[in-house]
Ligand binder design. Sequence first.
Ligand SMILES: Cc1ncc(COP(=O)(O)O)c(C=O)c1O
Length: 396
Amino acid sequence: MRSEEVFREDGQWILPTYRRLPLVIERGEGSWVIDPEGKRYLDCVAGLAVNILGYGYRPLVEAVKEGAEALFHASNLYHTVPQLSLARRLCELAGFPRVFFNNSGAEANEVALKAARFYGKRKHGSRYKFVAFHRSFHGRTVLTLSATGQEKFHQDLDPLPPGIVFAHINDMHSVEKAIDEEVCAIILEPVQGEGGVYPAERSFLHELRALCDERDILLVFDEVQCGMGRTGHFFAFQHYEVRPDLVTLAKGLGGGLPIAAVLFGEKPLSVARKGDQGSTFGGNPLACRAALVVVETVSQPEVLGGVQAKGAILAQELTSLQRLYPSIITEVRGVGLMWGIQVPNRAAETVQGMLGRGVLVNAANPDTVRILPPLSITEEEIILFVEAFSAQLEAM
Ligand SMILES: Cc1ncc(COP(=O)(O)O)c(C=O)c1O
């Protein structure tokens, strides 16, 4: 099908919930995607932080082929070796005792929030509230949207579930104000993604940990976007050297296949009971085989070191562009290979312009251009991005 035909028919059959860009992606190779007419685009979005090994990474393709030959699905009524192997590896890497698998970031956060409520009720009797943060994003189920600190997601959904209180990231005073005897957990993204790429400060996370210890409140890190090597450490909590009680992963974990995981620390594990959580597809053998390849690859020190080195180049180049174009770029924020570029009111225009230049970037909101390239992007490709971005800024 030609691109024009796809654009025409899309709106006829698919719920018009997405604001799609005029691009049909047919294939991918490395850090590049290709449309039906053969035009190539450098992908600095990676399927929203999913295709972390780029496209066509041979060991991943082979694992999925083998997995498809062997077994697509088994259900959690039975055991499978791929699920066990992935569980063991993730627990070892995290230093956590147990993991639970499901299918998406929202589902993983639901599980983490449920686990925190079980802890609050079973350990303390009456604790059920969550502290979440302004500008956060935790998913699109009603509970995870309710814990999402962006008003636009709450419209026409009321009444929202009670018991969610918001604080400001990097502001301990606002957290202390939000906490009372009924709070069972604090949930946050160590680096806020959808809100516009706002990294938490190291000292803030350490203070949160201390407060949670003092009050026996669980600390939940949503690493759906900033985990899986994105910061240059396998887990974002390792970048910050703060150990949460629950960690959620999704997006990059399957390298493109849907799978999510929740790591359980000792406290939530101590109250876990049979039947508390479940999922039909969760940890299915095909997705687990893919995820095992992704985890083994991304956890290699040279891959994580590469993310740090490439992140440093990006940081330097973006800072220089900010200096050159201060009337367009007011701030750059980020860590590793996750960056937000503040371009007040000009994010959509920038994304369109970059598309015309053969580079995919994303507008996290009307003011922020976000880049989340595959972790496998090369230094040369980063320079290509910088050149295209610089030309775009000049044109603006
Ligand atoms: C930090 C974070 N949490 C949760 C989610 C929801 O993930 P999913 O769309 O897989 O449900 C996202 C998606 O963007 C996210 O960035």
